[in-house]
Design a protein around this ligand. Structure first.
Ligand code: PLP
Ligand code: COI
Length: 360
């Protein structure tokens, strides 16, 4: 089967410069979408076909579309950043392409070739490059996704899928910029078990998380921290971010157990931290370790990391049994140093020594 090339069918009616500028002045997160989208079909026996870049528009979906019933759907999140010379680059898109393939395997979906995934993102960014914010840490968030399009109610892998990419200008994920978040340790609900879908970026994981997120909010917390599903004590991750624990000049992130998402920011920070002279490790941290080491002062900072949220400090922790302020509740020095190094790299203000930037 051959890999299709993307046919360009540009919009005859994009937003005006003034309308776009008004959105870019305060984009928020995931609220506005650019003028175009990419669609590529997959059909059993035929493979990938009909790759198109078309005007952004609603889809028409049959009520018996399998995704609406059985949630055979996966997605990715990555960002395009304006570089100092005015060009645009994405960060580690091959890592997103590979994770998309891993998610597809877990969800019994076809694997999109990595080069087609990257070309689809590039084509959309090139077409809508005016939507890439021009300053600071603002970026264009890319949302590649795939879902079953077969119509029917039989429970089995679908024989038709649609891959799409849409894009949305992104300011800060959390309103208010770098402000420490408060977290709720979820002891009642679990996100994922070994053998389940926790390591895949599939919609159902997020649907299942919402009740715990609402519970966190009812306790006055911004975000949920998920614990392991067996002992309910080992820290796994947050709703859309991985976690790092800072012990002076040693940083530790929960190891990949198969039930948490292998974050690309998490992986990049293991390397960036070592570049900056820190010791960076994967390990196991329990809720007891967290509370005790915070109290005895050895655990100096905790932060969350992910594409959408970049690096966000954790300022306070709450559970059914306890609550505490993390450190002094303010953004820590290591957290902010790593945050700056990551953003400097992504925005072209720090040498790309690992070949992670993908210029367009
Ligand atoms: N964990 C979950 C559940 C996520 O949804 C995300 C976001 O993609 C992450 C972690 C962080 O992953 P990444 O750094 O690849 O964005
Ligand atoms: C991302 O960081 O790309 C995410 O997917 C997190 C969230 C918006 C689901």
């Amino acid at each position: 089967m051959t890999t299709p090339t993307i046919e360009l069918k540009p919009s005859s009616n994009p937003l005006s410069d003034a309308e776009r500028q008004a959105i870019l002045a305060s984009p928020g997160f995931g609220r506005h979408f650019t003028d175009h989208m990419v669609t590529i079909k997959w059909t059993e026996g035929r493979g990938w076909h009909d790759a198109e870049l078309v005007p952004y528009a609603p889809l028409s979906i049959d009520p018996a579309n399998m995704t609406l019933h059985y949630a055979q759907t996966i997605f990715e999140g990555m960002k395009a950043y304006r570089q100092p010379d005015g060009t645009v680059a994405t960060f580690r898109p091959e890592a997103n392409a590979e994770r998309f393939q891993a998610s597809a395997r877990r969800m019994a979906m076809p694997e999109l070739p990595a080069e087609l995934f990257i070309e689809a993102c590039d084509a959309l960014i090139r077409q809508d490059s005016a939507w890439v914010p021009s300053s600071g840490e603002a970026s264009l968030y890319l949302r590649p996704f795939m879902f079953a399009t077969e119509v029917g109610l039989g429970v089995r892998p679908a024989n038709e899928f649609l891959f799409m990419v849409i894009a949305s200008p992104a300011g800060a994920y959390f309103a208010g910029g770098v402000k420490p978040v408060s977290v709720w340790l979820s002891e009642e609900y679990v996100r994922a078990v070994k053998g389940g879908t926790g390591a895949a970026k599939t919609g159902g994981n997020y649907a299942a998380s919402l009740v715990a997120q609402a519970q966190a909010a009812s306790h006055g917390c911004d975000q949920v921290v998920w614990l392991d599903a067996v002992e309910h004590r080992w820290i796994e991750e947050m709703g859309g971010m991985n976690l790092y624990f800072v012990y002076g000049d040693r940083i530790v992130t929960p190891e990949l157990t198969g039930s948490l998402l292998p974050g690309i920011t998490r992986d990049s920070l293991l390397t960036i931290a070592r570049d900056l002279g820190y010791t960076a490790e994967e390990g196991r941290i329990s809720t007891e370790d967290w509370q005790r080491d915070n109290e005895n002062g050895t655990l100096t900072e905790v932060f969350a990391c992910g594409t959408a949220a970049v690096i966000t400090p954790v300022g306070s922790v709450k559970s059914e049994k306890a609550s505490w302020t993390q450190g002094d509740g303010e953004p820590g020095e290591v957290t902010m140093k790593l945050r700056k190094a990551l953003l400097d790299l992504q925005t072209g203000h720090r040498a790309d020594t690992h070949g992670w930037m993908h210029p367009l």
